[in-house]
Design a protein around this ligand. Structure first.
Ligand code: FAD
Length: 393
C-alpha cells in the first residue's frame, strides 16, 4: 500500500531511501528545498584536504596487511577437506593480489599438515604445535590465531564454515575488530585489493556481494564442497614458520574429558557422496524413495532430498540438499521430482553433471541441468535402473 509519511517529522535525511532493501523508496525535493540542502551540504562537507588525509591514513593502515591465509582445521591430526578446498580458492586470490598463500596449522603433533598444505598450494605454513592445542577450544585457538594476526598482519583469512570454523572465525573477528562474511559462495578481488565476498541473502532470493573495505584482515567462511578441490602435488614445498603461543593449560577454563563420536542412526554422508539421487515432492510418498535407493545402489551412491520431501517426513534432515541442508558437489546429481527452487539450487548447482527428471518442462531445475528428461519419474527411474542392471550383466 501507500507509505505513510509523517511530514512534521521527516527531515529529508534520505536514510530511509538508503536502507530500503527493495530500493522501493524515492525522495523528491522542490527546487527551493534542493537549494537549501545544497547550502547545508556546502557548509557541512569536509574540506578536500581533510578527506584526502583521511583516505591516505586509511590506505596506509590497510597496506600494512599483506597475504592470504587459510586456517587448516584438524581433528586428531586429520585435516578437514574444506581446508584444502579453501587453499585452492585462496591461491586464486593470492595470485590476483600477488602475495603468498599461507596455511595456519594449530594442534599437537600436526607438522605433517604443513606438508599437506604445501601439496595443496600453500607456500608458507605458520605452525603452532603444543599439547594445549591438542583439542579445539575456542579460547586457546583464538589466542593463537590472534597472536599470529598481530605479528604477521594478513589481509585475508579464510576458514571452513564447519562447527569449529564458524565458532573460531566469529571469535577472532570480534576480538580483532574486523568484518566476517559467513557462508560465502564466491570470492574475488576488486581493483582496490578488496575482497568481494558473495553469498545468498534474503532467503537466497538475491546474491549479495559484501566488502570489508575499512578493516583488515578480511574474513570469510565457506561451506564444505562449495569450492573445488585443488590438485594434490606431493612435490609441493614451502617454508614452515614455527611460532609459540604462551597459552597455559591452567588458563583455559574448558577441559576436554572424553570424546564420544556422535554415531547417528543415519550414517549416510550426502555431502561427501560422488553420486546422489535426490527426490522431491514429486516422489509423492515415503515408500517411493525405495525406488531412488535402488537406482543409487546401482550407481554406488546415496539418496538425497529436497526440503519439501524432508518436511513431509519422507527423508531425515541429514539428507536435505540446499541452503538449509548440505552443499553437495558430486560427479552426478539426479534430481527426481524437484522443481529447482533457488534454495535447492545453491546446494547442488556445482555438481559435475546434473540430470533432472520432471514432468513440467518449464521447471527451473532444467536451467541448471546438463541433461533433462521431461516425463513421469515413476516410469523413468525404474527404466534407468533396469538399463544399468542390463549393462552390468
Ligand atoms: P516442488 O517445488 O513442489 O516441486 C515438485 C516437482 O515435482 C514439480 O516441479 C513437479 O513438476 C514435479 N513432479 C511432480 N510429480 C512428478 C512426476 N510424477 N514425475 C516427474 N516430476 C513430477 N529447499 C531445499 O530443497 N533445500 C533447502 O535447503 C531449502 N532451504 C530453504 C530455506 C529457506 C529460507 C526457504 C524460504 C526455503 C528453502 N527451501 C529449501 C524450500 C524451497 O524454496 C522449495 O520450496 C523446495 O526446494 C521445493 O521442493 P521440491 O522441488 O521437492 O517441491
Amino acid at each position: 500500500g501507500e507509505p505513510i509519511i509523517n511530514e512534521s517529522k521527516c527531515i529529508g535525511c534520505v536514510k530511509c531511501v538508503k536502507v530500503c532493501p527493495a530500493q522501493a523508496i524515492e525522495m523528491f525535493f522542490t527546487p527551493e528545498e534542493q537549494k537549501i540542502l545544497d547550502e547545508i551540504m556546502k557548509q557541512g562537507a569536509p574540506a578536500v584536504e581533510e578527506v584526502d588525509a583521511e583516505a591516505a591514513a586509511l590506505a596506509k593502515k590497510l597496506a600494512a596487511y599483506r597475504g592470504v591465509w587459510v586456517f587448516v582445521e584438524q581433528t586428531e591430526g586429520e585435516a578437514a577437506k574444506v581446508s584444502w578446498e579453501l587453499l585452492g580458492e585462496g591461491a586464486k586470490l593470492a595470485r590476483a593480489l600477488d602475495v603468498p598463500l599461507s596455511a595456519i596449522v594449530i594442534g599437537e603433533k600436526v607438522e605433517h599438515l604443513c606438508k599437506e598444505a604445501f601439496a595443496y598450494g600453500a607456500s608458507k605454513a605458520y605452525l603452532i604445535d603444543a599439547p594445549v592445542f591438542k583439542y579445539y577450544r575456542t579460547e586457546a585457538y583464538l589466542r593463537a590465531v590472534n597472536n599470529l594476526i598481530e605479528k604477521y598482519k594478513p589481509e585475508i583469512i579464510l576458514m571452513g564454515a564447519t562447527g569449529l570454523g564458524r565458532d573460531l572465525a566469529g571469535a577472532v573477528a570480534t576480538v580483532v575488530g574486523t568484518g566476517l562474511t559467513a557462508d560465502c559462495t564466491g570470492l574475488a578481488i576488486d581493483d582496490k585489493r578488496n575482497l568481494m565476498q558473495t553469498r545468498p541473502a534474503f532467503g537466497g532470493n538475491i546474491m549479495a556481494t559484501i566488502m570489508c573495505d575499512k578493516f583488515r584482515p578480511q574474513m570469510s567462511t565457506v561451506r564444505p564442497h562449495v569450492m573445488a578441490m585443488p590438485e594434490h602435488d606431493p612435490q609441493g614445498s614451502g617454508e614452515i614458520i614455527r611460532e609459540s603461543c604462551p597459552v597455559k593449560e591452567e588458563e583455559i577454563l574448558v577441559k576436554v574429558l572424553d570424546i564420544i563420536s556422535d554415531k547417528k542412526t543415519d550414517q549416510v554422508d550426502v555431502a561427501g557422496a560422488e553420486f546422489i539421487v535426490s527426490g522431491g515432492r514429486g516422489m509423492m510418498g515415503k515408500e517411493n524413495f525405495a525406488m531412488l535407493q535402488e537406482l543409487a545402489n546401482e550407481l554406488g551412491g546415496v539418496v538425497g532430498a529436497s526440503r519439501s520431501a524432508v518436511d513431509a517426513g519422507w527423508m531425515p534432515q541429514e539428507r536435505q540438499v540446499g541452503q538449509t541442508g548440505k552443499t553437495v558437489r558430486p560427479k552426478i546429481y539426479i534430481a527426481c521430482g524437484i522443481s529447482g527452487a533457488i534454495q535447492h539450487l545453491v546446494g547442488m548447482q556445482d555438481s559435475d553433471v546434473i540430470i533432472a527428471i520432471n514432468r513440467d518442462k518449464e521447471a527451473p531445475i532444467f536451467e541448471v541441468a546438463t541433461y533433462g528428461i521431461v516425463g513421469d519419474l515413476f516410469q523413468i527411474i525404474p527404466a534407468i535402473t533396469r538399463k544399468l542392471r542390463e549393462l552390468k550383466q
